[in-house]
Design a protein around this ligand. Structure first.
Ligand SMILES: [Cu+2]
Length: 372
């Protein structure tokens, strides 16, 4: 990914960037429309549709099958000859990588609004079916809270009383479990153990006191393989009453794995539609890793160090450093990354079949872009 130059002012992003939209714009600026066009034309040329690329006024790419280059030029030329050969392989990889970050419809992890009524923080969640765009043009039937995958961020404070109204607009029953919270048993969200299922059309109200603090989750606990796998999950972030229990950080980011809906995703999107994380040199970024899937996913960050300080919300007695952090289903891990080296650092699941194949990178791949 060294084709991006983070020292280039075009890649500098504002710290308050909401979920990578600025990075997307600036990255596109770096690649430039002509570059993207050339990549598109290269791919089209390989598959024999070069004429339409030319008609679209995309800069021409040499097709050596039609017009062989002199040997000296061929040595430095891009996509060469043989369909299925190494050059094809490279051009497909290049196109997949340079499409990053690709635009898709639908954005998960928006802050969920709440209101405080008589000292109780109230939220509304609506369960519904949606079509979710995982990668450009890949629309899948999904379940969502408030139309988002992952669901919106619920942010509460340790010890605060919380009320969540859950409206079921699905054709199926559901229930919500507050994963990691020490709630009273009757609001634990398990149908036929602690409550009846929430039938289609019904609204069910959960009432609990938030705690312990840390990075937690909410998700369906009914037909969960389908419903959680299909998108019914979200983060429940409990701010500690005493802020001194957390290390200092400048940015707070979520990194949620899932592996059912539309394949292998980070925050509901597959590469190249995953959003890059951005930081300025010297910033400290808190990453909250969560796994809502069926498989383990080791998160690997190139070039920088993860300082892991909490597991499942609980502060570690002995924080540790690593660059590959295994995140098992249901787990949450919190880590600080000091952005002490500029660059576009690949950040991906290190089960290789979750990240890169014969057509290039896909699935659980993103990047942390550190600008000087
Ligand atoms: Cu994985």
């Amino acid at each position: 990914m060294d084709h991006l130059d983070p020292s280039d002012p075009a890649t500098v992003t504002e710290p308050a960037d909401p979920v990578g939209t600025i990075a997307r714009r600036t990255l596109l600026g770096v690649f430039g429309a002509s570059t993207l066009g050339a990549i598109g034309a290269a791919v089209l040329g390989m598959t024999g549709h070069g004429a339409s690329a030319a008609a679209a006024n995309i800069p021409p790419v040499h097709d050596p099958r039609l017009h062989p280059l002199p040997a000296s030029a061929a040595a430095t030329s891009v996509p060469t000859a043989r369909p299925g050969g190494p050059a094809d392989h490279d051009s497909v990889h290049e196109a997949a990588t340079k499409a990053f970050p690709a635009k898709t419809q639908g954005q998960g992890l928006q802050e969920l609004r709440s209101t405080v009524v008589s000292g109780v923080r109230e939220f509304d969640l609506v369960c519904g079916k949606v079509k979710w765009e995982v990668t450009p043009g890949q629309l899948v039937d999904a379940y969502a809270y408030n139309g988002q995958i992952p669901g919106p961020i619920m942010r509460v404070t340790e010890g605060e009383r919380v009320r969540v109204r859950v409206k079921n607009d699905l054709d199926d029953s559901t229930a919500v479990h507050w994963h990691g919270q020490r709630v009273k048993n009757e609001v634990d969200g398990v149908p036929f153990i602690t409550q009846p299922p929430i039938k289609p059309g019904q609204t069910y109200t959960y009432d609990f006191t938030a705690g312990p603090f840390g990075s937690h989750m909410y998700h369906s606990h009914h037909n969960a393989t389908a419903q959680v796998g299909g998108g019914m999950l979200g983060p429940l972030l409990v701010t500690p009453k005493d802020p001194r229990v957390d290390p200092a950080y400048d940015k707070d980011e979520l990194f949620i794995f899932n592996d059912a809906l539309g394949g292998l995703t980070i925050n509901g999107k597959g590469f190249p539609a995953t959003a890059p994380y951005t930081a300025k040199l010297g910033q400290r970024i808190r990453f909250r890793f969560m796994n809502e899937g069926q498989l383990i996913h080791p998160a690997h960050l190139h070039g920088l160090t993860l300082e892991v300080f909490a597991r499942d919300g609980y502060p570690l007695p002995q924080p540790f450093r690593c660059d590959t952090l295994n995140v098992a289903p249901g787990e949450r891990w919190d880590a600080i990354v000091l952005a002490d080296a500029p660059g576009v650092w690949a950040f991906h699941c290190h089960i290789l079949s979750h990240a890169e194949g014969s057509s290039g990178m896909f699935g659980m791949v993103t990047a942390l872009i550190v600008s000087a």
